[in-house]
Design a protein around this ligand. Sequence first.
Ligand code: ATP
Ligand code: MG
Length: 206
Amino acid sequence: MNRLGIMGGTFDPIHYGHLVAAEMARSEFNLSKVLFIPSGKPPHKDRRDISEAVLRFEMIELAIQDNPAFDISALELERKGPSYTVDTLRVLRRTWPEHELYFITGTDALREIFSWREAEEILTMTEFIGAARPGFDASDFLLQVQQEHPETQGRIHYLEVPALAISSTDIRTRVKRGLPIRYLLPEPVRHFIQQYGLYTTEGNVF
Ligand code: ATP
Ligand code: MG
């Protein structure tokens, strides 16, 4: 059976942490494709100043254009209201019936998955790949899963990747402070940020 990787997130902006996690997951789990799905209104984020969806979407396009195994979906942007992973997975199961789904997260997001809406249901629909993220050790979480959620046996995977302490928050802060962001994200994305003056002022609506 083919395997489809799913990489959800705000991607404000997309950076090498996302790309490395997706690429290592693709290779390690033999995924035929990884679909980047930028969220509309993320239920877990209280930031009101998230960049416009079109801008985040375009930055992802620029970042993945040279990888034939990477693709992007506007499915969460087209939906009204907050994006819930469970709804996204229902759509993907219908769209990709011949595929097993693998949801890729960093270990920070992995540790939170049981707080997601309809978590039990989610775990019947997709496997999880948690890519190592500096500062977010997952070993306690994985032990706890073994003990408290034996039904998920073998469906939550930890993936060691060359760890990158890069975050979108840090990139936004750097831009605001006039600090460099080169080498933290693909050059076309950096140029895009410059061109549109993203993240430059406090409370910027972009
Ligand atoms: P923000 O700082 O705005 O939260 P972020 O860098 O955490 O941004 P998100 O869009 O929140 O990026 O993350 C999308 C997904 O990518 C999440 O599953 C997150 O854990 C994962 N991810 C982000 N950065 C990294 C990284 N450096 N290494 C591994 N996974 C990452
Ligand atoms: Mg995040």
